[in-house]
Every structure is written in structure tokens, then in C-alpha cells.
Ligand binder design. Structure first.
Ligand SMILES: Cc1cc2nc3c(=O)[nH]c(=O)nc-3n(C[C@H](O)[C@H](O)[C@H](O)COP(=O)(O)O)c2cc1C
Length: 256
């Protein structure tokens, strides 16, 4: 049952108008909050976006993806060290630091990555729990863009960063019927004991299937293969550059 669910899951980007029942939402949340977290610290928060005007704003700030506003449930997953840092201060850790003659440290890079780990693991619990109720979902990575706008919009302090967003809803028939996406062969992904750097022949084999999905003719505009296509569409795209800029600003605020 669980395995079937994992093996058949796909991202859903069009939803029925049907709202998500309160008891279903509550169960998804319960399953989300049961996710394992480092030291059981739960280094994340969730923003449940119920205000339609905020959903509309997210369409724009997350690389113009209109289906965000049509999703009945939108959750933003925040990597959050602010709560614990404030709690440490509230607990008088400055006194023990002074006693031990150590400088009170602030959340740093390691804390950020740990908080991001907690947050995304919880998000995936939400995906799977939702799936078990027949609900579809889609991650929106673009929530990492426009840090300054989201910081103001959601009143985020320095040690809180939106690392992921999920939109949920009951899938339309067209989405249910849509073919699943492929995955790379496991031999290119799973290595025994040490990392294997891939080369020319590996790439030719690894991408052979995806190469076939490329548009043909004029639409290619001088692009001759899948690597060039993905470089321009993803790695060197406007959204990707904005994401890097935005994350750099967040890291400055977080680490100083
Ligand atoms: C971190 C992350 C960010 C993503 N961001 C977006 C997004 O902004 N918009 C979107 O339509 N899909 C997004 N997706 C969904 C992927 O495009 C999708 O998972 C991938 O193409 C594989 O398809 P599948 O989930 O249907 O198997 C994201 C997925 C992940 C894991």
C-alpha cells in the first residue's frame, strides 16, 4: 500500500474545485509533524496560506505559476532556527556562556542546513500523507526567490527561511491520466562505497531517453542536445539566477 503510493506518485498542477475536508487537513498536518527532526528540535515552521490575495502574490513572486492560486491548500515550509535561538536567550544561556567564558554563538551555516533538512523531511511527509487521501501536490522551489519580498510579506525574522512550498488539491481527471515522468537508471544514481564521476559514454546512455523528448526543428533555436536545453532552461535561467541572489541575501541575514 505505502509502496504503491510511493511508486505511483506524480506532481499535480491542476485541481478540482473541491475543498479539502478539515479532518483530512488535520490528519495530513498530524503526519507532517510526526516527521523525524534532528535532536527532535523541529527546526521548521509552516505557513498555512488561506488568504487568496496572498496566494495571488505568490503566483508572481514564485516565477509566475498561476496554478498556485488555484490550489485549495498552500503550505510554505520555513527552515526555522529563530524559535530555538529566542528560547536559548529566554533561558538565560548568556549566564552560562559568561561563566564558561565562551562567546554566545548565533545560528550558523550548519544550523541552517540542519533546519533545511528537518523542514524538507516534514514537507515530504505531508506529500505522502496527502497522497494517501487521494490528494495531489506539487513542490514550488521558487519560494526561495524574492527573499526580501517574502520576508516582509510574512514577517520573517533573520533565522527563518522559506525553503519549500507545497500546493495541494484533488487532481483533475486530466492530471490523473497524465503519464508519469521517467527517472534515471539507478546505476547512474546509486554507487557502491565510493562516488563515481560520470563521463561521455555514461552521459550518452543516461540521457538517451530524455534526448528523445526534445522539441524538433525551429523550436530548438540552435540548441543541439538535451544538456544545452536544460542548461538554458534551468541552470542559466532567470529564475535560477534570482534564486541564487535571493538565497545569498538570506545567508547574509542568517550568518552575517
Ligand atoms: C525542490 C522541488 C522544487 C520544485 N519546484 C517546482 C516548481 O516551482 N513548479 C513546478 O511546477 N514543479 C516543481 N517541482 C516539481 C518537479 O518539476 C517534479 O517533481 C519533477 O518534474 C518530477 O515529476 P513528478 O513529481 O511528477 O514525478 C519541484 C519539485 C521539487 C522536488
Amino acid at each position: 500500500m505505502t509502496l504503491n503510493l510511493l511508486l505511483n506518485r506524480k506532481s499535480i498542477r491542476a485541481f478540482e474545485k473541491r475543498p479539502i475536508e478539515a479532518n483530512v487537513r488535520a490528519k495530513i498536518l498530524e503526519a507532517t509533524l510526526r516527521a523525524p527532526t534532528a535532536g527532535n528540535m523541529m527546526l521548521y515552521s509552516i505557513l498555512d496560506i488561506t488568504d487568496q490575495s496572498i496566494k495571488e502574490k505568490l503566483v508572481k513572486t514564485c516565477d509566475n505559476q498561476p496554478f498556485i492560486a488555484r490550489a485549495p491548500m498552500v503550505w510554505i515550509f520555513l527552515a526555522d532556527y529563530q524559535r530555538w535561538y529566542d528560547y536559548f536567550i529566554h533561558s538565560g544561556v548568556d549566564e552560562i556562556c559568561a561563566e564558561r567564558e565562551i562567546k554566545m554563538r548565533k545560528p550558523e551555516e550548519g544550523d541552517l542546513f540542519l533546519a533545511c533538512s528537518d523542514t524538507l523531511i516534514a514537507a515530504q511527509n505531508a506529500v505522502i500523507a496527502a497522497e494517501s487521501f487521494g490528494l495531489g501536490s506539487c513542490y514550488i522551489g521558487d519560494i526561495m526567490e524574492n527573499y526580501e519580498i517574502h520576508k516582509e510579506l510574512f514577517n520573517l525574522p533573520s533565522y527563518v527561511f522559506p525553503i519549500g512550498m507545497l500546493v495541494f488539491g484533488y487532481p483533475t481527471q486530466q492530471q490523473k491520466d497524465r503519464q508519469m515522468t521517467s527517472r534515471f537508471d539507478e546505476k547512474f544514481i546509486v554507487f557502491k562505497n565510493e562516488y563515481q564521476r560520470l563521463g561521455g559514454d555514461d552521459f550518452n546512455e543516461m540521457f538517451a531517453e530524455r534526448e528523445k523528448s526534445l522539441p524538433q526543428g525551429k523550436a530548438m533555436r540552435g540548441i543541439t542536445n538535451y544538456g544545452q536545453h536544460m542548461f538554458l532552461r534551468k541552470f542559466d535561467s532567470k529564475f535560477s539566477r534570482e534564486m541564487s541572489r535571493s538565497v545569498r541575501e538570506m545567508v547574509k541575514a542568517w550568518v552575517g
